[in-house]
Design a protein around this ligand. Structure first.
Ligand code: GLC
Ligand code: CA
Length: 539
């Protein structure tokens, strides 16, 4: 990547993930909707530094769905659930986003459908139905047992027996999410057409759900046992007891992804993002040997690290070292499947440091709605648990905690809805909300806003090289971003105590932004004091 080459939109962009059920309800049914997104586009980016300043939104599924997995069980790939609006609302959303220069990325769920999808309804009718092998059906073993040992991510086996035809179907998530057979050319063609449907409506990209799962071992062999199983695993968590060898990241998946990319490339400048969990060598293959697969295989590596300077730096350096020259990095710190960032890292100060890290590394950052307010894990009483993962694997595994309603103001239901929302609003909403944080020049929201608007004006932060600096300070991660002779230094203190950082033997620099938003000062590069959990950007 040379510094002068113009960046693509998805390289400059900061992506903001919206979980549509929880963003804003406009018709008083307690569930967020597409109109709620339209009405808050100005909050996301109105072209001025008073708004958050994101460049793209990714919306989790809004398709017709029985909601067994809150939209990740799709019953029609080419429509909008009436719960969220209709195609006309969607078209308005595209137009209104684009009018503001905001790109629109939608979720695409290729691994499985809902069991209510007409394809599955047909497929399960008889063994000879023309759509039978659009899904993955197997006979019981001769002793009547399951076709193989795979487990469902949500608990229990990955196979369910369908009484009508006496065969099992595969589902690595809920039983209501039967898996598609991507080895079948007709299914492949039909799925690729669903991409064209949305590309023609103007979407700028797709976030592809569990894309590494879509091709399974041709023989569906048993997965080997996982040698280090957590002894406290719920007994029905069969998935984590196995190594994911034959169900995930099969070599043949790459040819399929090249086809998917081919469809994106029938249109101008569209972007493919993939949800991929594999170790670095497997994961990096999803860029394609010639850069002909996904532009952004989601990189979750920072989520998996302990929140320590050394571990985080190592993860960044490993990533930078593993990327071929054409590959563009990206970083994710939170999403609808992970506990809230502020809760996971242990506090607001840590979450502020995380914001500076995420928005100053080389690569495309993805933010999760509400993290810009420092939202913490919600309190979900056991009887209010909605998530199938929480219902099957226990309250401590529920993802509902990270999906609570957006906190817009201090009114009832946090301004999210006029009626009781589908998940409880967090009790801290009276203090922690958009309206309050807008008034407060040092709030988390102000920090995100300042970082975002600063970032967009800095070629060094957008396309510049990344270079770690050995700062001789424990618990600190210090790096330089540089483009066209312009340099920015980012110094992050992960410790709960102050640290002295040495960046260079001599010279002076200007702190332009501290995570506490309370200092802008000239400092000596030989000796900078960082307060507990403080991060600074130095020019
Ligand atoms: C992905 C989604 C998750 C969903 C699962 C099944 O991991 O992010 O929310 O439950 O796929 O579609
Ligand atoms: Ca609604």
């Amino acid at each position: 990547m040379t510094n002068n080459s113009p960046l693509k939109w998805w390289q400059r962009a900061v992506v903001y993930q919206i979980y549509p059920r929880s963003f804003k309800d406009t018709n008083g049914d307690g569930v967020g909707d597409l109109q709620g997104i339209i009405e808050n586009l100005d909050y996301l980016n109105d072209g001025t530094a008073n708004s958050l300043g994101v460049d793209a939104i990714w919306i989790s599924p809004f398709y017709p769905s029985p909601m067994a997995d809150f939209g990740y069980d799709v019953a029609d790939y080419c429509a909008v659930s009436p719960l969220f609006g209709n195609l006309a609302t969607f078209d308005r959303l595209v137009a209104e986003a684009h009018r503001r220069g905001i790109k629109l990325i939608i979720d695409w769920v290729p691994n499985h459908t809902s069991d209510q999808h007409p394809w599955f309804v047909a497929s399960r009718r008889s063994r000879t139905d023309p759509l039978r092998d659009w899904y993955i059906w197997r006979d019981p073993k001769s002793d009547g047992s399951l076709p193989n040992n795979w487990g469902s991510f949500f608990g229990g086996p990955a196979w369910t027996l369908d009484k009508t035809t006496g065969q099992y179907y595969l589902h690595q998530f809920a039983q209501e999410q039967p898996e598609l057979n991507w080895r079948k050319p007709e299914l492949r063609a039909a799925m690729l057409d669903t991409l064209r449907f949305w590309l023609n409506r103007g979407v700028d990209g797709f976030r592809m759900d569990v894309i590494g799962l879509i091709i399974k071992d041709a023989e569906l062999r048993d997965n080997p046992l996982n040698p280090d199983v957590d002894p406290n695993l719920p007994p029905n968590d069969l998935f984590s007891r196995l190594q994911q060898v034959y169900n995930l990241d099969q070599d043949e998946v790459h040819a399929v992804i090249r086809e998917i990319r081919g469809v994106l490339d029938e249109f101008d400048d569209r972007c493919g993002i993939g949800e991929l969990w594999g170790e670095l060598p497997r994961w990096v293959r999803y860029y394609g040997e010639q850069g002909d697969e996904l532009q952004l295989p989601f990189n979750f590596r920072l989520i998996w690290q302990p929140w320590q300077a050394g571990a985080i730096r190592q993860a960044v350096d490993d990533l930078e070292g593993a990327l071929p020259s054409f590959a563009w990095p990206n970083y994710v710190l939170g999403n609808h499947d992970q506990p809230r960032l502020a809760s996971r890292l242990g506090g607001q100060a840590q979450a502020r440091l995380a914001a500076m890290l995420l928005l100053t590394l080389r690569g495309t950052p993805t933010l999760y709605y509400g993290d810009e307010l420092g939202l913490e894990n919600g309190n979900i009483p056991p009887e209010k648990i909605q998530d199938p993962q929480g219902r099957n694997l226990g309250a401590q595994r529920t993802r509902d905690v990270t999906r609570t309603p957006m906190q817009w103001n201090d009114q009832r239901y946090a301004g999210f809805s006029t009626v009781e929302p589908w998940l409880p609003v967090s009790p801290d909403y009276q203090a922690r909300n958009v309206a309050a944080q807008r008034q407060d020049a040092r709030s988390m929201l102000s920090l995100y806003r300042r970082l975002l608007w600063y970032r967009r004006q800095q070629p060094a932060l957008l396309g510049g090289r990344y270079q770690p600096i050995d700062s001789a300070a424990p618990d600190c991660f210090v790096y330089r971003r540089e483009a066209d002779g312009e340099r920015r230094i980012i110094a992050l203190n992960f410790a709960a105590e102050p640290r002295q950082v040495m960046i260079a033997a001599s010279g002076r620099g200007q702190i332009v932004l501290s995570t506490y938003l309370d200092r802008e000062a000239t400092v000596s590069l030989g000796d900078i004091t960082l307060r507990p959990h403080e991060g600074v950007i130095i020019e």
